[in-house]
Ligand binder design. Structure first.
Ligand code: XIL
Length: 397
């Protein structure tokens, strides 16, 4: 983008920020960016900042802060569970749209975009589907038809209301799986073969010509050895490159960003490099499920600050690495956290041996943690010439 055009965008953004800032800046009381919400600060970069939403928490009248923060701090929402197949079609042929519709309405009222999650995944499938395949009452041919129908039905219903769909989620194995050589894993690959990926994107595109279609996965924040047999990022890179070569309508790659402080993880430039390589294929990028968990040792659980503080700091640093990399690459159009408060996080239930937690940007009492402050600082301090507004992708036909 030319400098003049950038300045025009900047002026609009500043005007918007000023309009949203209820207290006018004066000489004695200058404009204070730290008092702004994440969504206001992200606006200057054209970046959507999102959270996964737990519908039970959103509807709990005794937990008003959850609803308030969801509405005020974020410009995008993702259904944590209610758009998964088991929630949408618990019994065959009967769709329960109510909770998903509720989230769509909430987003509309709060001028938020919606990331659709998820159309094709091996987890949280309805029991009638998996047991039908298992006992042979659903044939392979029928299964493929059921998938086509599911994608078509769901994408059509929310046509025009969703900005990005996670079309396929977590299709690739991990080095710790058996066999360790990376491969297409799970229910869909097993029963339909890897061709289901291309089919799924084509069916989604047929149902909505304008929504952005994403492949979404974890542990693809940075490249490793470069050998697709053991480097998941390389495997996914080769996979999407192959899909594009077959003219499959895929628009973006979502990097979930589930990190843990015990692993050490990445520096900003490693992550930036990965985003750039996906961008060079002509794809949009996004962080879609960011959280940074820590081991809850006995001392942590007992409240020992000498153990807690380094974890909070390491978590903040990891959040910041992903945010900085996203800001640095103009194809990175959204940054979504997988829940914003330790009061409502999937981590303690899913990672319980050893127990893990402290993964989000607010504590259990909705007090912002270092991670919140750090990503807010990143949004404040970033700007030209190195950080420029996002480039809006055109949906592929
Ligand atoms: C998780 C939810 O957060 C939990 O509430 C649910 O019990 C299991 O699924 N990757 C994904 C998400 O793509 O859908 C998962 O969400 C977390 C991992």
């Amino acid at each position: 983008m030319k400098l003049r055009r950038w300045m025009a965008v900047g002026a609009v953004a500043v005007a918007t920020v000023t309009a949203l800032n209820t207290v006018p800046a004066t000489a004695s009381r200058p404009y204070d960016p730290t008092a702004q919400s994440l969504r206001t600060l992200a606006l200057r970069h054209g970046l959507q900042i999102g959270t996964a939403v737990d519908m039970a928490a959103l509807n709990n009248a005794n937990d008003p802060r959850y609803r308030q923060i969801t509405a005020t701090e974020f410009s995008s929402v993702t259904a944590e569970n209610v758009m998964k197949w088991e929630s949408l079609e618990p019994t065959r042929g009967n769709y329960d749209w109510a909770p998903a519709d509720q989230l769509i309405d909430f987003a509309k009222r709060n001028k938020q975009t919606v990331r659709g999650h998820v159309l094709v995944w091996q987890n949280q499938l309805p029991g009638w589907l998996t047991s039908g395949v298992e006992d042979g009452s659903i044939s392979k041919q029928e299964l493929r038809e059921l998938l086509r129908k599911h994608i078509t039905t769901v994408v059509s219903r929310y046509k025009g209301k969703i900005s990005q769909w996670d079309v396929v989620n977590e299709a690739v194995s991990d080095p710790w799986d058996n066999p360790p050589t990376l491969h297409y894993k799970g229910f869909w690959a097993q029963h339909l073969g890897p061709g289901y990926l291309a089919d799924a994107f084509r069916w989604a595109r047929a149902a909505d010509p304008k929504v952005l279609l994403f492949y979404n996965d974890y542990n693809i924040e940075a490249f490793g050895s470069g050998n697709p047999a053991n480097d998941k990022t390389q495997f996914v890179y080769d996979m999407v490159k192959g899909l594009l070569a077959q003219r499959v309508p895929i628009d973006g790659v979502g990097s979930q960003g589930h990190l843990g402080t015990q692993y050490g993880n990445y520096d900003t430039l490693q992550v930036t490099d990965a985003l750039k390589r996906f961008t060079a294929l002509g794809l949009a990028t996004a962080f879609t499920e960011v959280d940074v968990r820590s081991e809850m040792t006995e001392a942590v659980q007992a409240g020992d600050s000498a153990e807690i503080n380094p974890r909070l700091q390491a978590s903040a640093a990891n959040f910041s690495v992903l945010m900085k990399a996203c800001l640095a690459v103009r194809s990175c159009i959204s940054f979504t956290v997988w829940g914003f408060s330790d009061k409502h996080s999937w981590v303690p239930t899913w990672f319980d041996n050893p127990p893990e937690g402290l993964a989000t940007i607010y504590d259990e009492n909705y007090q912002p943690k270092r991670a919140y402050h750090e990503i807010k600082s990143d949004l404040i301090f970033a700007g030209p010439p190195y950080v420029l507004p996002r480039i809006t992708p055109k949906p592929r036909r």
